[in-house]
Each structure stands twice: as C-alpha cells, then as structure tokens.
Design a protein around this ligand. Structure first.
Ligand code: DC
Length: 226
C-alpha cells in the first residue's frame, strides 16, 4: 500500500496528539508533533532570556539549537541541542508563551521547512494547527479535530494531574479559550479548517472511537485513490 501523509489539525487539547500517535503506530508511520517544535522554541527563549516579542532572536535560537525527535516504546522524546526537553516543554510557563512565539512568520518559516522535509517521502502522521492548510496542503487525508472547551479542559486537567503539574480547572479553561483565540486570530497561518479537511467532533467519544472513525476515512480514501 502506498505510504500517504495524514494531517491532523485542531485546537488545543482536542485529542490530536493522542489520536495521531495511535494512528502512526497502527500504520507503521512516523508521528510528528509540530506543537512540540513551537514549544521547544518557547522553552529555548525562556532558557536564554530571549523576549517572546523578539522575532529575530527567536529565529537565531532555532538556527543555533536544532530540534529533534526520538521515537521510543514509551512515546516520542523531544530534544533541543541534544538535551531532552519532553517534559519541560509541557510546563505552564512554556504553554502560556507558545502562542506569542508561534505567531511570528520568521519562526513559522523555519519550522515549516523542517516539517515539510520530514513528510517529503510520505508515511507521516503530523499534528498541529496549519498542517492541512500550510505545511502539507497535498496530504492525502486531512482531519480537523474539535471538542467542547469543557471537555478539552477536563482532558488537560487529567493529563496535568497524571504528570504532577498543579493546575486549577477554571484557569485551565480560560487558558484554553485564550489560546484558541490567539491561534485562530493570528495573521500568519491561523488555526483554520482546510477546505478539504474532514471535521471530526470528539466530544463524548472515546479515543478508540475517534481512531476507528479516522481509520475508516483513511481506508475509504485509499480505495478511492487506487
Ligand atoms: O499542540 P500544542 O498545544 O502542543 O501546540 C502548542 C502551540 O503551538 C499552540 O498553542 C499553537 C502553536 N502551534 C502552531 O502555531 N502551529 C502548529 N502547527 C502547531 C502548534
């Protein structure tokens, strides 16, 4: 079977990464978490005391400290300049700064280049905000995952609890709303459903149900393109 690319976009905590990881495993594809790349730049900015408003210094950081992924049996590990940052990039200071950092066109150009290269031979499940619209406009399958704000806040609350990160539910809900707003109103490549993407609302669905639903979409697409 030809290796295709699957683009999964959607707002914060809509289940993209969980679903994308399972799909990649089931198909033997590479999973690429593009949010982790924007988070890594934000983490670098904090470490090197670069202001989130300083676009050219943020771009310098990307050039100086390459971001890489390692697929392991316990999931994907993220490294910047050889140092593992998988957990550090999920902390609140990074989460609250990442929308500002990812709004810069200079930052996006650099990271989108890397993302396009990863997917150039197919066989990739990539999740983010602009994968179907800007990074992989020719992806064979495009999914736009959404879920209610309350359900997304509940999911993030549980994830944080499991990771030992202290959070208050109402604050989390406000942060998600704020991030949705910033991500969908920014000038460059805002969060937006691609015209040819299929909308999947995961509110009230289990992860397995969402995965099965998308696998059916992929199978139908493969039959049609034969
Ligand atoms: O998926 P996530 O929550 O880890 O993403 C973190 C932030 O990165 C998100 O608020 C917006 C930004 N992002 C982006 O602008 N484009 C992408 N392709 C992926 C993430």
């Amino acid at each position: 079977m030809k290796k295709i690319n699957i683009a999964i976009d959607g707002p914060a905590s809509s289940g993209k990464s969980t679903v994308a990881k399972i799909l990649a495993k089931n198909y033997g594809y590479i999973y690429t978490d593009t949010g982790a790349m924007y988070r890594s730049v934000t983490y670098l900015a904090i470490q090197h005391q670069v202001a989130f408003s300083d676009e050219s210094s943020l771009v310098d950081l990307i050039e100086r400290y390459p971001i890489s992924f390692e697929q392991t049996t316990d999931g994907q590990k993220v490294f910047v300049d050889g140092q593992e940052v998988t957990e550090a990039i999920r902390q609140n200071d990074v989460t609250n700064g990442v929308s500002e950092v990812s709004a810069w066109s200079g930052v996006r150009e650099k990271l989108v280049d890397v993302q396009k290269k990863i997917a150039q031979n197919g066989g990739v499940v990539m999740d983010g905000r602009d994968i179907g619209t800007a990074v992989l406009p020719n992806a064979e399958v495009k999914i736009f995952l959404v879920a209610s704000v309350i359900e997304r806040a509940e999911r993030r609350f549980k994830e944080n609890q499991a990771a030992g990160i202290e959070t208050d539910f109402e604050t989390l809900k406000k942060e998600i709303e704020q991030r949705d707003h910033l991500d969908s109103t920014r000038e460059v490549s805002p969060l937006k459903q691609a015209e040819d993407a299929i909308l999947v609302d995961t509110t009230g669905l289990s992860i397995i149900e969402v995965v099965q639903h998308i696998e059916k979409i992929v199978a139908d697409k493969q039959v049609l393109s034969k």
